[in-house]
Design a protein around this ligand. Structure first.
Ligand SMILES: Nc1nc2c(ncn2[C@@H]2O[C@H](COP(=O)(O)OP(=O)(O)O)[C@@H](O)[C@H]2O)c(=O)[nH]1
Ligand SMILES: [Mg+2]
Length: 330
């Protein structure tokens, strides 16, 4: 079993910006062990007053679009003025230390900077709870004084929506050189984006990327950003050639300025936290109910009936529903 510190040792270490202790606290946060839950909650409660001050940025987009490479360049520009923590979930790597190598090699220059902290979690470790642990990790990094926090999304499924709830500014990366990309993007994800970036606009592709930019500018006229007055910018960049990355940072800063000027930030975070709470609540209820031995018994019985062709699946659902209604007296 991993070595654990006292609540105060974690809290003091984090507040004193001790990176080793910060990393140990994040491992504690990621732990699913029942024994760790109490310690974890106490650490979180104690650091809570020191959180909330960072600029929280989410980077999303399909696997391979260039998120990690973008963060490598983008992060270096940010780190000229701010301390930066980068939280990534590495989908490529198996269970072992590979994850740390995976993203850290992609973000090598960035990881060498003194005021930058990169935390990469293997998705196999974080299965089922990627985003949950990420929020608590973000809070720890804020308490440790990081001024900007970037979360790299794995770019698939529901995680994207969840990451969106955790950040103030959500940047969607897309590939410019195919109409398919425009077709394939879901309306939902487009409407969540505060900024859209067309990646891999290397010099030889720049003309094409600019054409895509015009297409996208037309396409997003059909979408509605939740903040009416915000016109979602679209910009092209090349992370490998360091083209336009500074411009994208300026656009990000202008979005934050927009949030500050209009007192949107607090409302936005509160609203997102309400959704986050609902998500967590749903998960808690499901796991509580599913773990009830009585309920499991009822499920096994019903499954057996379906297997033996005594009832159809929807009759099985009805059976469980009746059972639940009776238990809950509704
Ligand atoms: N030509 C070119 N390739 C890029 C650029 N950015 C990323 N890539 C490549 O795209 C591939 C996927 O990049 P990665 O950052 O791992 O994407 P992720 O899965 O979205 O994090 C890698 O082979 C990168 O070298 C770019 O600006 N130009
Ligand atoms: Mg990546």
């Amino acid at each position: 079993m991993a070595k654990r510190l006292s609540v105060d040792a974690y809290v003091d270490g984090i507040l004193n910006q001790n990176i080793t202790i910060l990393s140990q606290a994040i491992s504690l946060i990621e732990s699913k062990k029942q024994n760790d839950q109490f310690l974890k909650q106490n650490v979180l409660l104690k650091i809570l007053p020191y959180t909330g001050k960072s600029k929280r940025i989410g980077i999303t987009g399909s696997p391979g679009v260039g998120k990690s490479t973008f963060i490598e360049s983008f992060g270096q520009i940010i780190a000229n003025d701010f301390s930066l923590a980068v939280l990534t979930v590495d989908p490529s790597s198996p269970i072992t230390k590979g994850s740390i190598l995976g993203d850290k090699t992609r973000m090598y220059e960035l990881s060498q900077k003194e005021n930058v902290y990169i935390r990469s979690t293997a998705s196999s470790n974080a299965f089922g709870g990627v985003a949950e642990a990420t929020y608590d990790t973000l809070l720890l990094c804020e308490a440790a004084g990081f001024e900007v926090i970037i979360i790299e999304s794995v770019g698939v499924g529901q995680t994207e929506t969840l990451i969106h709830q955790l950040v103030d500014c959500f940047i969607l990366l897309i590939l410019g050189n195919s109409g398919d990309e425009l077709q394939g993007l879901k309306k939902g994800i487009m409407e969540m984006a505060d900024l859209i970036v067309i990646t891999k606009a290397d010099e030889k592709n720049r003309h094409l990327a600019n054409q895509s930019k015009i297409e996208f500018l037309n396409a997003i006229k059909l979408f509605h950003h939740p903040l009416e007055k915000w016109k979602v910018p679209i910009e092209i960049c090349s992370s490998l050639e360091n083209y336009n990355i500074d411009k994208i940072w300026n656009l990000t800063l202008s979005f934050f300025q927009f949030l500050y000027n209009n007192h949107h930030l607090e409302t936005l975070r509160n609203h997102k936290m309400k959704n986050w709470f609902l998500h967590e609540l749903e998960k808690m209820i499901i796991s509580t109910v599913l773990n009830l031995p009585e309920f499991q018994n009822e499920i096994s019985l019903t499954q057996k009936m379906i297997e033996e062709n005594n009832i159809l699946h929807f009759e099985g659902i009805k059976r469980i529903q009746d059972w639940l209604n009776q238990k809950l007296k509704i």
